[in-house]
Ligand binder design. Structure first.
Ligand code: ADP
Length: 341
């Protein structure tokens, strides 16, 4: 590419999340102001490998802040884990004179960036974009707030039917291997049980706990709705199997429901648009200051620069206050003992 201006590239990788477009927009606008030519590789790391990109002008990103998904498309690119692909990508980036690369994605995508930096000598910056909120070093990831809200809306609707039919529902929410979504959605929708990584002992003990709680609730309040919110990838065989297991264990009839991909889509909430805008601007500031190998994060409302190695090297754990809050409000047995019910 013949260009006098330094080139800055952006891509989105891994699971899409609401607010990725807002992040593309803010990176682009801030980079244009700093004098860069901006390009966006399409379909994650495939874009670099296949030299597929679009030029990001002001008019391209003007009207995207409110849109879910990503105008650059996303992809999982397994071959990027191979050395030869990373070397090829570095070569392609250098041929395009790309001075800095911003990757918006989750910890997998950040791993890709770390591997790429062994061969690519430009600056590399990651922006945390995932609905799972499972990246250490940032309070929130772009898309988490919207996904929580989407799932709560769905669970509220399920509650209406559960209530009308006095039925037990098990709702599976996303989160990959982290309980942020399940715990936040479960608490905000008033679920009677939340099954998540942070409080899971083993299937046998969990079955006993759930069955006892259901039976206690039935005793206290008669037939009524009862909601279980479960994190994906946790119960062996998933929530359909959990429903079967509860039937076999205690003759409890449950309706399983997997929320699935609706949680990834939709227009981002203001919180995600604003977070994405701040992080995008923070990325260009870091690049202008010559920095590299960083994730731009928000901690206690400040924009921070966190080493990419820290972001991918540590497991982010759910705040204990959340777990305690959940246990306290759900301890119907304890309330009954104090004759509050
Ligand atoms: P997320 O970024 O949402 O966590 P993935 O874990 O699926 O999603 O990773 C997205 C992409 O990042 C992968 O398809 C691959 O292209 C790249 N990637 C993930 N892990 C590595 C790795 N160890 N080395 C190189 N690239 C990786």
């Amino acid at each position: 590419m013949s260009s006098q201006k330094p080139v800055l590239a952006v891509l989105t990788s891994g699971g899409d999340s609401p607010g990725m477009n807002a992040a593309i927009r803010s990176c682009t606008l801030a980079a244009l102001q700093s004098g860069y030519k901006v390009i966006g590789f399409t379909h994650g790391y495939y874009g670099i490998l296949q030299n597929k990109y679009i030029e990001l002008h002001e008019h391209v990103v003007r009207d995207i802040i409110h849109c879910g998904g990503t105008i650059l498309k996303s992809a999982r690119c397994p071959e990027f884990k191979e050395d030869e692909s990373q070397q090829q990508a570095a070569k392609n980036l250098e041929e395009l004179n790309v001075k800095a690369l911003i990757v918006i994605g989750g910890d997998g995508s950040f791993n890709g960036l770390i591997q790429l930096s062994r061969y690519y000598k430009g600056q590399v910056i990651g922006l945390p974009g995932t609905i799972d909120n499972d990246i250490d070093g940032t309070d929130y990831t772009i898309g988490f707030a919207t996904a929580v809200e989407t799932a709560i809306e769905a669970v509220d609707k399920i509650r209406d039917t559960a209530d009308a039919f006095e039925r037990i529902f098990i709702v599976e929410v996303m989160g990959r291997h982290s309980g942020f979504l399940a715990l936040n959605v479960g608490i905000a929708s008033g679920a009677e049980q939340i099954i998540t990584f942070e409080n899971f002992i083993n299937p046998g003990k969990e079955l006993k706990k759930i069955a006892e709680h259901i039976s206690l609730c039935k005793k206290q309040r008669g037939m009524s709705s009862y909601l279980i919110v479960a994190a994906e990838n946790l119960w062996p065989g998933g929530v359909y199997r959990l429903a079967e297991d509860l039937g076999n264990y205690a003759n409890i009839k449950c309706t399983p429901c997997v929320l699935g991909y609706i949680q990834r889509g939709g227009n981002p909430l203001a919180k995600d648009r604003i977070l994405a805008t701040k992080l995008g601007v923070g990325a260009i500031r870091a690049i202008d200051n010559g920095k590299t190998m960083l994730m731009i994060a928000e901690c206690n409302r400040d924009i921070k620069e966190v080493s990419l190695a820290i972001a991918v090297g540590h497991t982010k754990t759910v705040n204990k206050d959340l777990l305690q809050a959940q246990e306290s409000v759900l301890d119907i047995a304890a309330l009954a003992k104090q004759q509050v019910l």
